[in-house]
Design a protein around this ligand. Sequence first.
Ligand code: ADP
Length: 473
Amino acid sequence: MPIRTRLTILYGTILTAMLTLFGAAVVAVVAVALPRTVDDVLRETAKAILEQSTGPIDTFTIRDFPNLDSLSDVGVAVQIINREGVAVNTNLKGNLIGFLDSDSLKKSLAALNGPYVEYQTTVRQRGMRPMRVLTYPIVGLESDQVFGFIQLARQIDDLEGAIQTLIFSMLIIGIVGVVLSAVAGAAITQRVLGPVDQITRTALEISRADDLNRRVPVTGNDEVGRMGMAFNEMLERLTSLFRVQQRLVADVSHELRTPLTVIRGNAELMYAMGCVDIESVEAIVKESERMTRMVSNLLLLSQADSGQLPMKVKSLDMGAILEDIERSANIMSAGRHEIRINVCGDLVVRGDEDRMKQVLLNLVDNAIKHTPNDGRITIAADCVMGPDKNQQQVKLSVSDSGPGIPAADLPYVFDRFYRVDKSRSRELGGAGLGLAIVRSIVEAHGGHIDVESVLGEGTTFNVWLPAYEPNLV
Ligand code: ADP
């Protein structure tokens, strides 16, 4: 069942239940309150009649209660009854004399010696309109003796009619209210869920047409609007991932084509010559090594992407690691550069030692490759406060006094297969994967890397890693 129908049924049911409860409460209050009002009026009238009586209360006669007839003009029937149960005065006419409420009268006569109570009843007789009857004792002024009763009655068909009209009106209002609210609820749900339908349709169209460039319409900044925005953001991300993947496949094919061409050319040459040419074999081995390196680098990157980079994490003393790196740098440079090391304090991070060395060696290797002879390479490590001022960070930097990287290339140097000077970089044996691997390893350690470079002055790569603070763990 669609959400729209379910919501409409739910609204309708809740509203019906509430209206029924409300209506029943109102009718109950009115049905109790209205007869009470009549009872009050009848009681006040009874008291007034007794106050106006002229004769001694204990020997009252017909003459003692004047003006009873005037009460019939206002719709109140009166009967004065003595202790024997005989009506001695009344404003009732004809065969109605002695009628009123005989049951209450019997009970009152049975209780002549007290306790004296008044009775209020609703009398319904076939062929007659319903009446509210009050049976009120006539008690002596000085003694508590009961001398008789006064029974007053008022027709209440108008009140019952009012209550019925009220019930009927409540019923009509309730039905109209429920129908209107169901229609309005359905319209509102349609309005609210319409954009969701639209998003679903667009999503289906996108997947059927394989067109990631389409976007769903975003209406407003409510929950549905935000869902549309999130969906578009996801599409944006998918599109960019898709583009990255396409570019990667294109780059990988392109990069593999050169060594494959070299290998194939040399193999064909030897085939044509009919003998083994040592130079061709060397070229084949060199290109195969390049391909192997590239494939293992790509494998490492894809492992890092999927968060499955194998790492043996332990506490690493970065001072000791940097000294190792300095030794390797001196060997790699073979005395062509001035290598400096600058370590401040005890610097400990959690990480994989081999990966950490791979990061630093990659950066040092790049610095050596791009710095002319007699240039300076500085490897430094320091402990600094993180940007959120909460955690200490270890900052590792590798600076060189090389030619620098143009500002336009800086944002891309960490991208896969990105090389600033393609031909020179290839000559130096690079495939443009070194810095991408460095960034992946640093991020796998919870850190980040950035680069600063001034053309003609040099380049600095900074690696920021969370410092290991055993007390915080
Ligand atoms: P490669 O493996 O080809 O060296 P990298 O990812 O390590 O690729 O580096 C990407 C590009 O960044 C290189 O082609 C190079 O042009 C540039 N680069 C890297 N390090 C430096 C540096 N220290 N000085 C100048 N250019 C650099």
